[in-house]
Design a protein around this ligand. Structure first.
Ligand code: NAP
Length: 268
């Protein structure tokens, strides 16, 4: 008898930009998992949580703007997600909803070759993804300098994860080892914009842009031109998705061949 297919979902509003169903469905097929991810777009998080339960969604990827508002509807939140106060993954275990933050795993994966300990890290933006970056960099003992248009949000990150808040004027005279963009500036359709003045870029830096669409943002193009090492948000996207599938399937699926398979899908 044919087993019924497990329904998974990505929820958010709007969802036009999400490549999660594309990547997940290809990975399920490759890994022989009997599951399918669909996109459910709605403005109301309460409605979406009801849908997860009604449709018996097994794995739910959470995207903007619900990573924080979903928390109050969950039965349990794991410790990483608690620290960042952001959930990007919900696993439905027989009606009990458990929240995780696999963005942190994605950031760790994207930065696997980047020295962070005692390095000066400029973090642009102070939203949900920036919280995950701040958590990771502070755990790896990097020195974080926050630059955000809403200063109060950057001050909150400083309070929780250490480091200091800087201004546009300050950054021109500071040498950064690593620069991380956690704002949506440069994302499709506004691809010609960069969140950072080129004068801050230099050859020995690592520049990581969380934006994954386009693969190479204006910031990364500028950084490449000065000879810096660049890392696309595609790497984080792959790392966080693989971890989501591990949480859902209970299997270790991360391997170089799966990473290459995902990379090939997203880069062509
Ligand atoms: P978010 O919670 O909405 O935070 C966005 C941050 O960017 C906020 O600090 C916001 O400032 C700032 N910002 C937005 N527009 C700006 C502008 N025009 N000028 C200056 N600052 C601006 O979003 P998020 O969830 O953190 O996501 C941020 C980016 O990361 C998005 O592009 C998202 O696609 C990407 N991301 C990628 C992955 C991946 O797997 N590669 C995973 C998660 C997120 P205010 O607070 O002042 O509004």
């Amino acid at each position: 008898m044919k087993k019924t297919i497990q329904k998974n979902a990505v929820i958010g509003y709007p969802l036009g930009h999400s490549k999660s169903p594309f990547l997940h469905n290809a990975l399920y097929k490759k890994l022989g998992l009997n599951a399918k991810m669909v996109a459910i777009e709605h403005r109301d998080i309460k409605f979406l949580v009801q849908k997860i339960k009604q449709l018996n969604i097994g794995l739910c990827a959470i995207t903007m703007p619900f990573k924080q508002s979903v928390i109050k509807y969950l039965n349990k939140v794991d410790s990483q997600a608690k620290k960042t106060q952001a959930v990007n993954t919900v696993i439905n275990k027989k009606g009990k909803l458990i929240g995780y933050n696999t963005d942190i795993d994605g950031i760790k994966f994207a930065l696997r070759s980047v020295p962070i300990k005692n390095k000066t890290v400029l973090l642009l933006g102070a939203g949900g993804a920036a919280r995950a970056v701040a958590f990771f960099v502070s755990s790896a003992k990097g020195k974080i300098l926050y630059l955000s248009r809403t200063k109060v949000k950057a001050l909150k990150l400083q309070q929780e994860f250490g480091g200091i808040v800087v201004s546009q004027k300050d950054i021109k005279s500071i040498k950064f080892d690593v620069i991380i963009n956690a704002t949506p500036i440069g994302m499709k359709p506004l691809v010609q914009f960069s969140p950072l003045n080129k004068v801050v870029l230099s050859p020995k830096q690592y520049v990581f842009d969380l934006v994954y669409n386009p693969v190479e943002t204006q910031l990364l193009k500028d950084a490449k031109r000065v000879g810096a090492e660049i890392i696309s948000g595609v790497e984080m996207f792959i790392g966080q998705a693989i971890r989501q599938i591990e949480l859902f399937s209970g299997r270790k699926v991360n391997s170089e061949s799966i990473q290459n398979f995902a990379r090939k899908l997203l880069l062509t």
